[in-house]
Design a protein around this ligand. Sequence first.
Ligand code: HEM
Length: 234
Amino acid sequence: MASSTARTRWSIAGLVLLFVLVLGFVWHSAQRGMLGLSGDTSAIERLTGPQFSLAALFAHMVTGAVVTLLSVVQLAAPIRQRWPRVHRVSGRVLAGLAFITGVGGLIYIALSGTVGGLPMSIAFGLYGTLMIIAAIQTPRFAMARDYARHRRWGLRLIVLGLGSWLYRLHYGLWYGTTCSLSDSLCGIAAEPDFSGLFDQINLFAFYLPYILVLEWWLRREQRVQGDHTPYASS
Ligand code: HEM
C-alpha cells in the first residue's frame, strides 16, 4: 500500500515535470503558427512553397502544440481514474487534432518538400502517416469498446504526440553535451542544412526507437497478463 502510494506520487511528479518541460516548445509552436496564420511574414523564416502549403504548416503548428500538451494530460492515470469524462473529451480532441497535424505536415511535405531534403521528407512523412493511423485507430477501438486495443493505440498516439518535442529535446541535449566538452566539439555533426550525422540519425530517432520500445513493452505486458491490462476491464 505504502509502496503504491509512493509510486503514484513519483508518477505525478514525473508528469508535472514533463508538463513543465514541454511548455516552452508548446508556446513556441502555437505562437509561430498563429503568427503565420495571421499573415505575419516573419513567421516564414526558412519555409518555402505555395501559400496553401504554408497555411497548412502553420495550422499544424497550432494543432501540434495542443497535441503535445494533451499527450501529457492523457498519460496522467489520476486524471483518467478520477475524471473519466475529462479523459474522454481530451482524448477526442487529441485524436482529432493529431489527425489535422499529420495531414497539415504531409500537405507541406508534398507541396514544398523540407529544408533537409529527401531524407527529412521521408522521415517526417512516415512520422505524419503513423500519427494519422494512430489518430484514427485510437477512437475507432474506443467506439468498438475494444478497450485493450484502444489503450495500445492511445499509447502509440501519445508517444508520437510527444515526438516533435523529443526531436528538439535531442538537439538541446546534443548541443548541451558537446558544447560543454569543448568549443571545437560544440554542435559537431549537426549542420544548418541538416546534413550532419547527428541530424540524419535524429530524423528517425525522435520517434522510431520510442515506438519500438513501446511495442516491446506492450508485447511483454500481453505475454504476462494476457488481455487483462488496466484498461481491458474499464
Ligand atoms: C506533435 C505535434 C507537432 C508539433 C508541435 C510540430 C511543430 C512544428 C514546428 C513549430 C515547426 C517549425 C519549426 C520550428 O519552429 O521549430 C514544424 C515544422 C515542420 N513540421 Fe511539425 N510539428 C508536429 C508534428 C508534425 C508531424 C506529424 C509532421 C509530419 C507530417 C510534421 C512535419 C513538419 C514539417 C515538414 C516541418 C517543416 C520542416 C522544414 O523546415 O522544412 N510535424 N513543426
